[in-house]
Design a protein around this ligand. Structure first.
Ligand code: NDP
Ligand code: PYC
Length: 342
């Protein structure tokens, strides 16, 4: 008879989790500033139930820092390239501190010109993408971001993997309620979720990936050990993934997902690529305010029978976490405390 292992769950407050993660990052080689950014990002993902990019990622951050693959103390260099174009060299560091460094200039340009673009290169992104766009919508702006990752997706109609899992995130303000936000990998499933399924011994739905012989498989281990993922939606997701490679890498000066080689850095897990953000000031729109128009769209979607908007699940989880504490696996929390040297 197979044994079912009950997971013991405990609750931790957001601020306490941020402080714990901050200690982990600093102890494993980031500057305090980088630690503050990554800790908030990672704790926010855990708080919102975005488990594939919450504390599950910490061992990957730690092994990457230990491998010397990423510079945890990098100081981003921001360049004012043109009226609507900001560039950041992340200095082989993480993308989020680079975004933070460029943010004031990006917002200033978006508000004066109506639109501005941020091109981040020489950067590592190992996180969910929605935290990068949601804050812009919270201050009334529309934001779109793309980031490419590491080769593990077979383009539709091709024989071998080339693209990354390449997510697209979008955020827009609305009049009554939290901004409309979606954040989706262009692969049929995020690589993180394949790892989680493998760890839990679960099978995947059909159509997610192939094994090392290119045959369809629902076994996550077969995908991770020599196999590959498929794009979502066949040729359509594949075209979007191609677009992400072009915008996040070619346009920013970053690496394509297939262009870096971490073989000399055992333990390296963070893709060394690029990221693009486009920020629009919708106050320039003709007619009714954009936020009222987006509210009207949501109203009509609900009237048409829609029960769940993208972001609704995250916000419900956030409300529960804020009220009761963030629910985490007790063993995982104990491992975090060890990594923090406690
Ligand atoms: P999901 O498929 O879980 O969700 C994609 C989006 O669809 C979310 O906005 C989600 O909202 C929404 N959604 C999901 N189900 C429904 C539904 N039934 N009705 C309405 N909306 C729905 O995400 P992915 O697995 O594609 O991606 C997971 C994460 O992995 C993302 O945060 C992504 O950024 C990250 N990632 C990061 C990479 C990197 O290189 N840094 C690479 C690849 C992925 P909600 O959140 O509310 O459920
Ligand atoms: O889940 O596909 C993923 C991923 C890649 C890089 C970071 N997350």
């Amino acid at each position: 008879m197979s044994q079912v292992h009950e997971r013991a769950l405990v609750r931790i407050g957001f601020a306490e989790l941020v402080a714990l993660l901050h200690r982990v990052f600093v102890l494993h080689g980031t500057s305090p500033q980088v630690a503050a950014t990554l800790a908030r990002n990672c704790a926010g993902a855990e708080r919102d139930g975005a488990h594939s990019h919450g504390i599950f990622r910490i061992p990957g951050y730690v092994s990457t820092l230990a491998s010397g693959w990423v510079n945890g103390k990098a100081e981003p260099v921001v360049t004012d390239v043109a009226s609507g174009f900001v560039r950041v060299d992340a200095g082989n560091g993480f993308a989020q501190p680079a975004l933070e460094a460029a943010r004031p200039l990006l917002v200033e340009k978006a508000r004066s010109a109506g639109i501005a673009l941020l091109a981040i290169h020489n950067s590592h992104h190992f996180a969910a993408l929605w935290p990068d766009v949601e804050p812009f919508a919270e201050e009334g702006l529309v934001a779109l971001s793309v980031v490419n990752s590491m080769t593990c997706v077979v383009p539709h109609g091709a024989d071998r993997p080339l693209f990354g899992t390449n997510p697209i995130a979008f955020a827009a303000p609305r009049a009554d309620g939290a901004p409309i936000v979606f954040d989706l990998a262009t692969s049929a499933i995020a690589h993180g979720d394949v790892q989680i399924a493998a760890r839990k011994g679960e099978r995947l739905p059909p159509g997610m990936g192939v094994d090392s012989l290119g045959q369809p498989t629902q076994d996550p281990k077969a995908i991770l050990e020599g196999g590959a993922l498929l794009p979502f939606g066949g040729h359509k997701g594949s075209a979007l993934s191609m677009m992400v490679e072009l915008l996040a890498a070619a346009l920013t000066g970053g690496n394509f997902s297939f262009e870096f080689n971490w073989a000399d850095h055992p333990g390296a897990r963070t893709p060394w690529t690029g990221q693009l953000l486009i920020v629009i000031d919708p106050s320039k729109t003709a007619g009714q305010s954009f936020a009222e128009r987006s509210q009207e769209l949501v109203r009509q979607m609900h009237a048409a029978g829609l029960r769940r908007l993208p972001g609704d699940r995250r916000h419900r989880t956030r409300e529960r976490s804020d009220a009761q504490g963030i629910e985490v696996d007790a063993e995982e929390l104990a491992r975090l405390r060890e990594l923090a040297g406690e």
